[in-house]
Design a protein around this ligand. Structure first.
Ligand SMILES: Nc1ncnc2c1ncn2[C@@H]1O[C@H](COP(=O)(O)OP(=O)(O)OP(=O)(O)O)[C@@H](O)[C@H]1O
Ligand SMILES: [Mg+2]
Length: 469
């Protein structure tokens, strides 16, 4: 590993990186940063969670001239949550240099964005739809944009976004530098990218290494009607710090998050039908740990970086391989370990095999855990909670209460009763979810402006920007 100090960066950027706790550069950072600093166009592909954001944030920050008051760099992201996250990361890298960064995304009050744009931030991070809105209102000036980054580039050049991207790029100066990043860049994307880029360099990891080695992958063969029970058993047994559960549709996410709440889990849903305030609130609760389970559509599949996510569950098997790679990549980030479990109905086994072939990794089949195993795990967790209660030496008034109880009952019965109460079994409260159709054939998908994925066949009047609005 190379140190950032060896990469010829400005003192301000080095100071910021130190503040962030980063000393050595990851592989993609080591390779991509010098190329980007030399002014060349670049496609950067590296596994999920390996620091692509910093790999483009550093060249962005180095390129900014803070004495100029205009927009000099533009970063595009496919979802609002990622837009906010990337803007925060660039602001951190640019902190010592005093780089001003603005996140411009849909669902956020537009007048406030217009006022903020008038202050001429140096860097804009945007979702395409909202940026186009500002372009149409002439509330953003892109004449001085010297650098454009497409994060999740393959997704951005996918059919749902491509027209917006073309419009945005043609509003930027042609001599600008263009950087593309994603964990999944297929040759088709490179071909398409030629349209937007000058002579470009590709920095890429080998195809067989696409899967992050620190993510343990397993699947469970489960009938549709049995998925909820299996999920709650796994949650009890695996006891994640934070978990993301992916469902196929918005309805699925709503039903599943309600069901998990009913069964006593701190769970909430995230999808494109929620308003932005709800989306922000769910994300901030998940980030600060007051929510343990985030139930989401593919809107949370790409780029989202939350360090405590130890487990990912594909409640519904993802539509395609890329979605699988990105979804499970929400765990096992920055060298940490993670566990990804996928539920597969009997008719979807062939689809799972396709994913295995494409990722060149066998996904281990695991037996569905039983009620007894789940119960035993819950009891173990309860016992650990009693034993490791950090207040054990400082129970004050509770000791008096305990003495009072011990006058009436023997100690074993009382502790047993405490364990029982701590493991109240809400886990198997019967709840019915609306079944989802099994996935069999692979169909192209598109993404609407709320960030959710749809089958192409559902798309009204066959395409174009209009269909997403
Ligand atoms: N040089 C570094 N040293 C230590 N940690 C780092 C370094 N660079 C980035 N990180 C951390 O690694 C985590 C993952 O980074 P990032 O979100 O940029 O991954 P990514 O490659 O963009 O993944 P994805 O493909 O899922 O978007 C972040 O928490 C980030 O702060
Ligand atoms: Mg990323």
């Amino acid at each position: 590993m190379a140190l950032f100090r060896e990469l010829n960066l400005s003192d301000e950027v080095l100071d910021s990186l130190e503040e962030m706790g980063f000393e050595s550069a990851t592989a993609i950072q080591m390779e991509a940063i010098p190329i980007a600093l030399s002014g060349q166009d670049l496609i950067g592909q590296a596994q999920t969670g390996t620091g692509k954001t910093v790999a483009f944030s550093i060249p962005v920050v180095e390129a900014v001239d803070t004495t100029q008051h205009n927009v000099q760099a533009l970063i595009l992201t496919p979802t609002r949550e990622l837009c906010i996250q990337v803007a925060e990361e660039i602001a951190k890298v640019g902190a010592k240099k005093g780089v001003r960064v603005l996140a411009v995304y849909g669902g956020h009050e537009i007048q406030r964005q217009i006022r903020a744009l008038k202050n001429q931030p140096s860097v804009i991070v945007a979702t395409p739809g909202r940026l186009m809105d500002h372009m149409n209102r002439r509330t953003v000036n892109m004449q001085h944009v010297g650098m454009v980054v497409l994060d999740e580039a393959d997704e951005m050049l996918d059919m749902g976004f491509i027209e917006d991207i073309e419009t945005i790029l043609s509003a930027c100066p042609p001599q600008r530098q263009t950087l593309l990043f994603s964990a999944t860049i297929k040759p088709g994307v490179q071909k398409l990218a030629k349209k937007f880029m000058r002579d470009f360099t590709v920095v890429s990891i080998k195809a067989q290494d696409i899967m992050v080695p620190t993510i343990e992958q397993a699947y469970y063969e489960v009938h549709e009607s049995h998925k909820l029970d299996v999920l709650t058993r796994l949650l009890d047994i695996q006891n994640p710090e934070l978990a993301i559960v992916f469902g196929r549709t918005r309805r699925r996410v709503d039903e599943l998050s309600n069901a998990l709440q009913t069964r006593g889990y701190l769970a909430e849903g995230l999808h494109g039908d929620l308003n932005q305030r709800q989306r922000d609130s769910v994300m901030s609760k998940f980030r600060d740990g007051s929510l343990e389970v985030l139930v989401a559509t593919d809107v949370a599949a790409r780029g989202i970086d939350i360090s405590g996510v130890t487990h990912v569950y594909n409640f519904d098997i993802p539509q395609d391989v890329d979605s699988y790679v990105h979804r499970i990549g929400r765990t096992g980030r920055a060298g940490k370990t993670g566990i990804a479990s996928t539920f597969v109905t009997p008719r979807e086994i062939e689809h799972l095999r396709q994913i295995e072939r494409a990722t060149k990794r066998q996904i281990e089949r695991r037996p569905v855990p039983t009620v007894i195993e789940a119960k035993y795990s819950k009891q173990k967790v309860a016992m650990e909670r009693l034993l490791n209660n950090s207040n054990l030496d400082n129970l004050g008034g509770f000791r008096g209460l305990a003495e009072e109880l011990l006058e009436q009952q023997d100690s074993i019965s009382l502790v047993a009763s405490a364990i029982q109460l701590l493991t109240v079994n809400t886990t198997e409260v019967p709840i019915e979810l609306t079944p989802e159709q099994p996935i069999r054939v692979k169909k192209p998908t598109y993404r609407d402006n709320k960030g959710d994925r749809h089958r192409k066949s559902l798309r009204p009047n066959g395409g174009g920007r209009g269909a997403r609005r």
